[in-house]
Design a protein around this ligand. Structure first.
Ligand code: NI
Length: 278
């Protein structure tokens, strides 16, 4: 069994066939899906989906692309939504300097304010960072060292391990960055591009990182409808494709795919607390 730790199943892409998408996910052994919002509207939609489908859980938050549109009482509303019983985290939040759809100073501000919501609410965060790694890590590190307490989960991170605080989704970094955020209590999450071919002129960094980082620090995600794995590259993605990612990671690590499913599902449950039923 697998858990898709990050899929956006919104009307915009799935209005016509969401029931089929969900039943294909179940048939493929994907028995939980975490669906993050990207603004107030899609955060509300994520909750509606979580109410309608048992296997869906929601995160609420403003994506960096939408930071410029995060106005007025929007973040208060996000915090209010986070009390819903099927909301398991704040996300997706972060910085995106690749597209720069929102001014960078506003991106940083909205990211930081949402980490504060997560800390008040004792919820984990789902981080998006693209070409902004230095600033993203800087903001997270400052929050870790400021006097306000960050989330401590009831079951902690196991013997001597830090309590899990979040996940760097679609992990963009190298091994060094992965080990750094792991030590801070963050998982790295691996989507479809791990299945892409590695060429001498363009090595697959994500596959290299997935091979080197311990399995118990890795989550699986499809990031549907984006980042479709081989051999469906170019088509709309969906959670039923998650096992292709699990199989590639099993291959890279030389372990059975069942073990990849078991360990990564356990990590999702640990990260998102008791919100995700067994
Ligand atoms: Ni996403």
């Amino acid at each position: 069994m697998f858990i898709d730790s990050h899929a956006h199943l919104f009307k915009k892409d799935y209005a016509a066939d969401l029931d089929d998408v969900i039943s294909r996910a179940r048939d493929a052994g994907v028995d939980r899906i975490v669906n993050p919002g990207t603004d107030l509207e899609t955060s509300r939609e994520a909750i509606e989906l979580a109410e309608r489908y048992e296997i869906i859980y929601a995160c609420v938050g403003y994506h960096p692309h939408e930071a410029a549109r995060c106005e007025g009482r929007a973040l208060e509303e996000i915090e209010a939504l986070s009390h819903h019983e099927k909301v398991v985290g704040i996300g997706e939040i972060g910085l995106d300097y690749h597209y720069d759809f929102s001014p960078r100073d506003r991106q940083r501000e909205v990211f930081s304010l949402q980490i504060d919501i997560a800390r008040r609410r004792n919820l984990p965060i789902v981080i998006h960072t693209r070409e902004a790694e230095e600033d993203s890590l800087g903001i997270v590190e400052r929050k870790l060292t400021d006097p306000n307490r960050w989330r401590i989960t009831p079951d902690g991170g196991g013997e001597g391990a830090p309590a899990p605080r979040g996940v760097f989704h679609c992990f963009p970094g190298d091994e060094l960055m992965a080990r750094k955020v792991n030590a801070w209590g963050f998982y790295i999450s691996i989507p479809g591009p791990v299945t892409f071919a590695s060429k001498p002129e363009k090595p697959n960094l994500m596959a290299e990182v997935a091979a080197k980082i311990p399995l118990d620090q890795i989550l699986l995600e499809t990031d549907s409808p984006y980042l479709t794995p081989v051999p469906f590259r170019g088509k709309r993605n969906e959670p039923s494709r998650l096992p292709l990612i699990a199989r590639r990671i099993a291959e890279l690590k030389g372990v059975p795919v069942e073990e990849v499913g078991r360990v990564t599902s356990e990590s999702v449950r640990r990260l998102f607390g008791t919100g995700i039923a067994r």
